[in-house]
Design a protein around this ligand. Structure first.
Ligand code: GAL
Length: 432
C-alpha cells in the first residue's frame, strides 16, 4: 500500500481546490466553528464515521483526508472510524448514536436498500444541492443515483463502487496443484479445490466471520440462479425455497467443507493474507482485497490472480459506499464540503487508487488506474449488475441481520433444510 498511498498523497498535493465551497454557517454549535469560519469555507471540526480503521481501508480514507487537508485547511477532520469489516461493529454504534441524537457530521452507508433505511427513519438530509453542484447524472451513472434517491431527493454522495463476486487466487499454489484453467461453474471449482487439497493444502478456500460467509453465499446464489433469478429474490414474493436456492445451499455447504475454521467475528484481512502467503488457494472477497495485497507488497499477476466467482462471469455483484448528511449534524456546512470533496473527480481518484474500488464518477480516466481496477471499470460498464446482500445494496439492515443469523447458525449446524427455512422466513418478514 505504501506506494499507492504515496501516489494518493502526491496527487492530493497537486490538486486545485475542489471542496470548501459551502457558505460559512450563520452559527454552529461546534466549538469555535462560527467565529473562525474563513471566507469561502465552513471551518470547524468535521466528524466522519466509517469502518475504515486499519490497513488498506484506512489507506483509502487517508487518501481522501489528505486531499481534504490540502484543500480545506480551515477544517479539522475528526476520524470516527470503528474497526470491523463491512461495518460489523460500526453499524451498531452508529445506530445508537443516531438514536441518541448524537450523529456524526457524515457517515458511510451503502447505496441501495440499506441507505433507504436511514432515509425512511428520517435520519439523513437530502444533499441534492451537492449532487447538482458535482454534475449529477452528467458525472454519476443514473442507476446509481436511482439507488440513492427516495421520492425525488438524493440523500448521499457515492465515493466508489466495489465488486463483491471476485475469487482471489494464489497462482503458485494453483500451479503446484495442476490447476491451469479458470473453472466455468461451481462444480468445476469444487473439483479444482479437491486437486488443491490433494496437493497438500488442507484448506484450499479461506473464509472469515459471518459477513464474509454471507458474501460467499450471495455469489453462489448468483451463480446458481442467474442474475435475474437472484434479483427476483428481493422482490415481494421472491421464492427462497426454490430448487435454485436449494442447489446453491448444497454448493455452499460443499465449499465450506474446503474452508478453514472461522469464528463469527473474524475479520477479512487474515483470509486474504492466507492466500497471499500461499497457505490457501482461494478467497472470495470484495475488491478492497487489492489494497490488502498491496499492503503485503504482493503484485497483481505473479503474486495474486482473480476471476469472477465461477458461474458469475458477466455479472458485477455491486456495492457502493456513499456518504450522508445526518439530521442534526453539528457542522452541516462542513459536512457538505466533505461530501463535495468525496464526489469530486480528484477526491474519487485519490480514494479509489488506494482502496481497490473504482470511481462512482464516470469521468475519471481508466488509464489513471492499475490493471485490476481497469478491468473492474470495463466489467461495470458491460456486465449485468446484481446487488450485494452483505453490503447493503439488496436488503435492509434488518433483513441482512436475519440472513446473517441464518448463515451463522448454518455454519455450526450444516443443516441445509433449516437454512432454507430460515431464509424463507427472513424474506417473509422483511420483503417490502
Ligand atoms: C464494505 C464496504 C467496503 C469495505 C468492506 C470491508 O461494506 O463497502 O468499502 O470497507 O466493507 O470492510
Amino acid at each position: 500500500m505504501r506506494a499507492k498511498a504515496l501516489v494518493a498523497v502526491a496527487f492530493a498535493a497537486a490538486l486545485t481546490l475542489v471542496g470548501c465551497s459551502s457558505p460559512a454557517p450563520a452559527a454552529s454549535p461546534s466549538a469555535g466553528a462560527a467565529s473562525s469560519a474563513p471566507a469561502g469555507g465552513a471551518g470547524g471540526e468535521v466528524g466522519v464515521f466509517t469502518w475504515w480503521a486499519d490497513g488498506g481501508e484506512k489507506a483509502g480514507l487517508d487518501g481522501l483526508v489528505a486531499v481534504f487537508g490540502t484543500d480545506c485547511k480551515d477544517f479539522k477532520f475528526v476520524n470516527g472510524a470503528v474497526a470491523g469489516g463491512a461495518g460489523s461493529n460500526a453499524k451498531a454504534k452508529l445506530a445508537a448514536d443516531l438514536q441518541n441524537g448524537n450523529p456524526p457530521d457524515s457517515f458511510q452507508g451503502h447505496a441501495g436498500a440499506e441507505l433507504q433505511d436511514y432515509i425512511r427513519a428520517d435520519q439523513v438530509e437530502p444533499v441534492n444541492d451537492v449532487i447538482e453542484g458535482l454534475g449529477a447524472s452528467k458525472v454519476f451513472p443514473q442507476n446509481l443515483l436511482d439507488l440513492l434517491t427516495v421520492q425525488g431527493n438524493i440523500y448521499s454522495v457515492p465515493s466508489n463502487i466495489h465488486r463483491a463476486n471476485v475469487v482471489w487466487t494464489n497462482p503458485a499454489v494453483l500451479q503446484k496443484a495442476g490447476v491451469t484453467e479458470v473453472p466455468a461453474d461451481i462444480d468445476a471449482w469444487l473439483a479444482d479445490m479437491a486437486k488443491v487439497k490433494a496437493s497438500g493444502v488442507s484448506t484450499p478456500l479461506t473464509i472469515g466471520g459471518t459477513w464474509t460467509q454471507v458474501q460467499l453465499f450471495e455469489t453462489v446464489l448468483i451463480a446458481d440462479l442467474g442474475v435475474d433469478g437472484y434479483t427476483a429474490l428481493f422482490k415481494s414474493g421472491g421464492d427462497w425455497g426454490s430448487d435454485g436456492v436449494k442447489k446453491a445451499v448444497a454448493h455452499y455447504a460443499k465449499l465450506l467443507s474446503y474452508a478453514n475454521t472461522a469464528s463469527d467475528g473474524d475479520d477479512w484481512p487474515p483470509a486474504i493474507d492466507a492466500v497471499a502467503a500461499g497457505k490457501a488457494a482461494y478467497n472470495v472477497m470484495g475488491d478492497w482485497a487489492v489494497a490488502e495485497f498491496t499492503l503485503k507488497n504482493k503484485q497483481d499477476g505473479p503474486d495474486y490472480g482473480y476471476f469472477p466467482v465461477p458461474g458469475t462471469d458477466g455479472v458485477f455483484d455491486f456495492l457502493a459506499d456513499s456518504f450522508t448528511l445526518p439530521k442534526g449534524a453539528k457542522n452541516a456546512a462542513g459536512a457538505k464540503d466533505w461530501l463535495a470533496l468525496i464526489g469530486s473527480a480528484e477526491g474519487q481518484k485519490a480514494f479509489n487508487l488506494a482502496k481497490g474500488s473504482i470511481p462512482a464518477r464516470t469521468d475519471v480516466p481508466a488509464s489513471d488506474f492499475p490493471k485490476y481496477q481497469q478491468s473492474a471499470m470495463e466489467a461495470f460498464k458491460t456486465n449485468k449488475i446484481a446487488p450485494s446482500i452483505a453490503h447493503g445494496a439488496a436488503v435492509s439492515l434488518a433483513w441482512n441481520s436475519d440472513i446473517s443469523s441464518a448463515i451463522s447458525k448454518f455454519y455450526g449446524s450444516k443443516d441445509q433444510a433449516t437454512l432454507i427455512a430460515d431464509l424463507v422466513a427472513a424474506a417473509k418478514k422483511n420483503a417490502a
